[in-house]
Design a protein around this ligand. Structure first.
Ligand code: ADP
Length: 296
């Protein structure tokens, strides 16, 4: 279990990236969902001991992270957002090199670990290829392979699905989900679907604040019978946005279809729809924005 208490961080430029963040993160795949600039990387880098918070505490499996950074690092596998690879080196050679750095000094043990991880990430057949020839998805799977060296108990992956095509994204998320059967895997993303299907637990973070945390389904259930949908004309859209709490608007065959949050049918033509996590996400973001507006 990873326990984060009252974590705060303000950067030198005055941006408050973390505002009193409190989270309990159990074994399994944990989704940290938020728009760009929400503070996801700041939180993950802080947990990974790459930067200091201004205040607050982090505990993992009996380790007080601020007091024992080395202790945490021995348990940690980390895939940063901007994970770069040496393009001219093969996957097998680079993973072997990382394994040496990770302290796997005995040759036989290292060979076994490297082979196991290349197989687990489905890169065995590509192991002799230079990393520069890898697709985005293969590169991310390689990133996970290096993060898993040394059998970490805490795995942190920062926005790993950005830029992957749908097939690769699924494959990658399934891999994370498998890993999460045994260890804590923390995944940050701005893609709602990354969280909906695979994360038993999640947190939504906006402008450094945790707006919601728990099971995705529990959050969705809170909107039961309260999401209404209607196809409207493009010209009428601004009026709807003014009159109703429009959560989202997407084009269906070129025409806007809006989802509205309301206790009862807002207007003729609205039909009730099953809420999903995206509705929750937009509701939280909008109400946060209007609260901030009221406070300003
Ligand atoms: P996310 O990962 O959700 O996109 P970040 O944690 O990267 O969010 O950023 C949160 C906020 O902090 C943003 O407003 C960003 O511009 C700012 N920020 C991030 N890193 C720094 C830094 N090193 N110095 C100053 N501001 C930063």
């Amino acid at each position: 279990m990873l326990t984060i208490k009252a974590l705060n961080k303000t950067y030198a430029n005055g941006v408050q990236a973390l505002k009193d963040v409190n989270l309990e993160i159990p074994t399994g795949l944990y989704g940290l969902l938020g728009p760009n600039g929400a503070g996801k990387s700041s939180l993950m880098r802080t947990i990974a001991t790459l930067q200091e918070p201004d205040s607050g505490s982090i505990h993992f499996d009996g380790i007080d992270v601020m007091q024992d950074k080395e202790g945490l690092r021995r348990q940690l596998g980390y895939l940063p957002q901007d994970f770069g690879v040496y393009p001219k080196v093969s996957a097998e050679d680079l993973l072997n090199h990382f394994a040496v750095l990770k302290g796997l000094t005995r040759r036989a043990e290292r060979k076994e670990a490297v082979e196991g991880l290349l197989r687990q990430t489905n890169l065995w057949d590509a192991r002799k290829l230079k990393l520069g020839t890898f697709s985005g998805g293969m590169r991310q799977r390689f990133g996970i392979a290096q993060a898993l060296l040394g059998a970490p108990k805490l795995v942190i992956v920062d926005e790993p699905t950005a830029g992957l095509d749908p097939d690769e994204r699924n494959r990658f998320l399934n891999l994370l989900s498998e890993i999460g059967e045994q260890v804590v895997v923390m995944l940050s993303t701005h893609i709602v679907e990354d969280v909906t299907d695979l994360c038993p637990r999640m947190a939504m973070i906006v402008k450094g604040e945790v707006l919601l945390h728990g099971e995705p389904q529990a959050a969705i259930d809170m909107l039961k019978d309260k999401v209404w949908s209607k196809r409207v004309s493009k010209t009428a859209l601004p009026e709807y946005q003014q009159r109703f709490n429009v959560l989202s608007s997407r084009l269906v065959a070129g025409q806007p279809q809006i989802n509205v949050h309301a206790d009862s049918q807002p207007d003729d033509g609205f039909v009730q729809v099953e809420p999903d996590l995206e509705d929750v996400y937009f509701l939280k973001i909008h109400s946060h924005q209007s609260n901030m507006g009221a406070a300003a």
